[in-house]
Design a protein around this ligand. Structure first.
Ligand code: NI
Ligand code: MN
Length: 226
């Protein structure tokens, strides 16, 4: 069993067999987050892309916790220039082995740059194998038909953006569920700011009426196990 906490926006903590992972930390300036960044001490910080709403608290948390950063070379290089060099650079393609399990970076249709305007390379999603479960965090992305490939082999859980404007909206996320065929879906990247306001209860209702997936809608800071 793995334990997941959604902190609002795209920020997710995962506890898995003695390891803790933190994805896209955006906490202090996140209007919906109730999590104090100081309360998190992850072993690994995973970054899907360099936008401010995905890296905002990463440097502080990594410095304090000594976590290893995992992301693309452009992102780890940007953090290295701030003195953070405990990192593992990888790119979209195949799985890499880590103490917590396996990670593959997947394509994401989005843009990418760092908060200071530095080149960010390709944005990514994350496909994790943890304790025999497969978990997909889509990052910021539009809908793309190769999501069908990501779902091959089975998915236990998928974190999918539904906010629209910057990413998929609810209609595209519903198509994504059809392509990915996950056991459980958790909508993310919505209601943080006015342009991405969405009705997650309505998304859950259509998801469960039109697909075989169960949809969980946690409150920011809420944990669940699958
Ligand atoms: Ni973004
Ligand atoms: Mn974003």
């Amino acid at each position: 069993m793995n334990r997941f906490t959604w902190h609002g926006h795209a920020t997710v903590s995962i506890e898995t067999s003695g390891h803790s992972l933190l994805i896209d930390p955006f906490l202090k300036d996140n209007p919906v987050s109730v999590t104090d960044p100081e309360s998190l001490s992850p072993d690994f910080v995973l970054i899907t892309h360099g936008h401010e709403d995905h890296v905002a608290d990463a440097a502080d948390i990594i410095r304090r916790s000594g976590a290893q950063l995992i992301s693309t070379p452009e992102i780890t290089g940007w953090f290295a220039r701030q003195g953070i060099d405990n990192s593992h650079a990888m790119n979209i393609g195949g799985f890499s082995e880590f103490p917590f399990g396996r990670l593959k970076l997947t394509p994401a249709w989005h843009s990418n740059s760092l908060p200071d305007g530095s080149y960010g390379g390709m944005p990514t999603g994350l496909l994790l194998e943890l304790n025999g479960q497969r978990v997909y965090h889509a990052g910021d992305t539009a809908l793309f038909s190769d999501m069908e490939l990501i779902g091959e082999g089975g998915l236990d859980l998928a974190f999918l953006p539904i906010g629209s404007n910057f990413t998929m909206g609810p209609e595209e996320a519903l198509r994504a569920v059809e392509l990915l065929r996950p056991g459980t879906v958790v909508p993310i990247h919505y209601n943080t700011f006015p342009p991405i306001r969405q009705d997650a209860a309505a998304f859950k209702a259509s998801c469960e009426a039109e697909t075989a997936a169960r949809c969980l809608v946690p409150e920011p800071g809420e944990s669940f196990g699958i």
